[in-house]
Design a protein around this ligand. Structure first.
Ligand code: NAD
Ligand code: MG
Length: 394
């Protein structure tokens, strides 16, 4: 039985994690739930799963939830802010923390969870992009498990089972190509937020959906795979596979290629993580190889001249240090501005490139610690936000 603390329980991954729990309540207990500000969903989840404690990032919303729970005679502590997330991530009664917060905000709670000896089931890729160099050694030092939830990384993990790491030659990470696959730069100038939010195969939270449209999601995933599997970024290839049926492949030294397949659904990788090393019950629909949606699988290269953030991510992953933190922070600021209608689609890329270029001299040679990562994240956001203001004025 796993005793879970679900960080970011009201989001896409958080809700699907609770669906896995709902399907097999004897296999789990829910010790803690946290969210940013969606306290209506959190309230419903508290009624259903009865955690010992919960936390809300937004202070005002946390107070409102606390009053609402009291008037419903439900006695549970409502914490708030980053401290609240950390308390939920390090609770004595929990053994596994599900990292389902979106963005850099997930790093500090997950870091503290590892410090206090919890296994981590991780969807929140930004945590590894910014903090992989300190989190992975800590995982080994503490003897805890890093259980990947991101579907590509779950696929790679499943393919690697039983293989000697020294036999791994390359990782072939698949990408749907997003809603703008095949578009030119000119066409990308004009895409709307609604177009970008319309993902062809996956239904996900807003930020990752935009990252899929710019292909930054794949860039972040290259760095995530580098940290999870200890492989250099230039041994990871992106393969655009629009049907999203093969979730990734590995090539071994003898030339064998192993792939993991399934219809696009995050339920399965969540189950694979939470039941590891066993297998959970089947919730997803049976795989039918003759189904029209999966019977015609195609593969093409990623056009990094159009989707330039992928190239930048390779560079950031290779350089390491605080470079990926800056890239990630600038991307978060830019995606937020894009979703708010403040900048155009290609303004995201411009903001990220310019922030990385500007901050490069100040971060090279800086020591990598949790504090320097957090400070650099803050600095990069300030700079990116200034750039965005400049783009708006233009
Ligand atoms: P989402 O936007 O649907 O949900 C995010 C969750 O985090 C919500 O519960 C929100 O309230 C919470 N949150 C936001 N800021 C917070 C803060 N400061 N403190 C506490 N909670 C906060 O996002 P999602 O699509 O579920 O993605 C979550 C993470 O999983 C992302 O890092 C994403 O890249 C990764 N991921 C998602 C999918 C998917 O299918 N959705 C697939 C693979 C990986
Ligand atoms: Mg993924």
């Amino acid at each position: 039985m796993r005793r879970l603390s679900v960080l970011g329980s009201t989001g896409s991954i958080g809700k699907q994690t609770l669906e896995v729990v709902r399907n097999a309540p004897a296999d789990f207990t829910v010790e803690a739930l946290t969210c940013g500000s969606d306290t209506d969903t959190l309230f419903e989840q508290i009624i259903e799963f009865r955690p010992k404690v919960c936390s809300v990032m937004d202070e005002k919303k946390a107070k409102e939830l606390s009053d609402r729970l009291k008037s419903s005679d439900i006695n549970i502590d409502v914490l708030m802010g980053t401290e609240g997330n950390i308390t939920c991530a390090t609770l004595d009664s929990c053994d596994t923390v599900v990292g389902a917060i979106v963005g850099f905000a997930g790093l500090v709670p997950v870091y503290n969870a590892v410090l206090s000896g919890k296994d981590i089931a991780l969807a929140n890729k930004e945590t590894l992009v910014a903090g992989g160099d300190i989190i992975m050694p800590l995982i080994r030092e503490k003897g805890v498990m890093m259980l990947p939830i991101d579907s590509e990384h779950s696929a790679i993990w499943q393919c690697l089972k039983g293989e000697a790491r020294s036999d791994l030659d390359r990782i072939l990470i698949t990408a749907s190509g997003g809603p703008f696959r095949g578009k030119t730069r000119d066409e990308l100038e004009k895409v709307s937020v609604a177009d970008a939010l319309h993902h062809p195969t996956w239904n996900m939270g807003g930020k990752i959906t935009i990252d899929s449209a710019t292909m930054m999601n794949k860039g972040l995933e290259i760095i995530e795979a580098h940290h999870l599997y200890g492989i250099e970024c230039d041994r990871i290839d992106v393969v655009v596979h629009p049907q999203s049926v093969i979730h990734s492949m590995i090539r071994l030294k003898d030339g064998s290629v192993l792939a993991q397949m399934g219809k696009p659904s995050m339920i399965l990788p969540i189950e694979v993580a939470l039941y590891y090393p066993k297998r959970g019950p089947s919730i997803v629909k049976e795989f039918d190889p003759f189904d029209a949606a999966v019977s015609n699988l195609t593969f093409e290269p990623c056009d990094t001249e159009v989707f330039r953030l992928v190239k930048l991510a390779y560079e950031a992953g290779k350089r390491g240090g605080l470079f990926p933190t800056v890239m990630n922070a600038a991307n978060e600021s830019a995606v937020r501005a894009y979703l708010a209608g403040k900048i155009g689609f290609l303004g995201i890329e411009k903001t990220v490139f310019d922030t990385v270029e500007k901050m490069d001299p100040s971060i090279s040679g800086m020591e990598l610690t949790i504090d320097s990562i957090c400070q650099t994240d803050k600095d990069a956001r300030i700079y990116a936000d200034e750039l965005i203001e400049g783009i708006i004025r233009e």
